[in-house]
Write a protein that binds this ligand. Sequence first.
Ligand SMILES: NC(=O)c1ccc[n+]([C@@H]2O[C@H](COP(=O)([O-])OP(=O)(O)OC[C@H]3O[C@@H](n4cnc5c(N)ncnc54)[C@H](OP(=O)(O)O)[C@@H]3O)[C@@H](O)[C@H]2O)c1
Length: 322
Amino acid sequence: MFAVTAARIDADDPLSALELGEHPDPSPPDGWTTVSVRAAALNHHDVWTLRGVGISADRLPIVVGCDAAGVDEDGHDVIVHAVIGDPSVGGGDETLDPRRSLLSERYDGTFAERVAVPRRNLVPKPVALSFTEAACLPTAYLTAYRMLFTKSGLQPGATILVQGAGGGVATALIILGRAAGFRVWATSRDERKRDRALELGADQVFPNGARLPERVDAVLESVGQATWAHSLRALRPGGRIVVCGATSGAVPPADLNRVFFLQLSVVGSTMGTRDELERLATFLEQTGVRPTIDRVLPLSQAKDGFAAMIAGDVFGKVVFTV
Ligand SMILES: NC(=O)c1ccc[n+]([C@@H]2O[C@H](COP(=O)([O-])OP(=O)(O)OC[C@H]3O[C@@H](n4cnc5c(N)ncnc54)[C@H](OP(=O)(O)O)[C@@H]3O)[C@@H](O)[C@H]2O)c1
């Protein structure tokens, strides 16, 4: 089958590690099934894979991609949950299974004509969502859903700050947060992206590091080092940072004086459960909101999508059709 693989690891030139071509068909073990992929969405995770983050060279070549929507062996339209883990080991939450992996870390991912997954990882695709829209959900939108509704501890009406408005997770946070009734503020390095964030439903937008009109209840972080100091300064006493990523670097100064004196919380968040993915799909169906898609490309042009993400030249999701 045709597939997009990480053939090597190259921390400095990730695009050179990407290969497009023939790859063996999946052979699902017991309890697994095969999905014919219709659409697959790109995440920064796929760039990290090419750079060698979260994967070892002995796993290569591996098909990249976490997200997919497609058709299962019985002809049902499905969304693929990308977390391979055992909920019973994680206290009912497969993301807390210590042996958890994401598609494309230990098992072949979704940038292919077919992908094998555990049967329990299939979630029915609502008819109202296209394959392209549904393919955006399993990583960026699921992560945003869990950050907002499981980890932030906030109720509608609270004020949240989303750092780095242009990213896949960040646009999802703005869209879902707005639909749920949060007051959403957002930052971006880029004026055009700030304007786009307003169009998506952000209440106010700011350049990175700007002084805010007032302190916020929570900051939702996926940028890391470049915005961390601002995130700490932006919080009201007792406020919370929910962090899912560190695109610009993972070791900013901790500023512990501020953390304990203002009694701030820092909460990590990763992906979400299958049940959260199912509720997310229903949330989109019920609210009518849809993922923001920057561009749709055939899988054969995957390199162009990766190049745009590496250059930071995207607003929302890049989706590949198969
Ligand atoms: N824990 C999880 O389960 C999980 C799930 C999904 C993603 N993540 C992580 O979250 C991060 C974002 O993922 P994504 O797929 O949304 O990536 P993306 O679409 O490439 O977004 C990158 C974001 O980073 C900002 N940014 C990048 N470099 C920056 C810099 N030097 N200074 C300031 N802002 C910068 C961009 O904001 P502007 O251009 O608007 O300023 C944009 O919001 C990645 O590190 C990813 O690995 C984690």
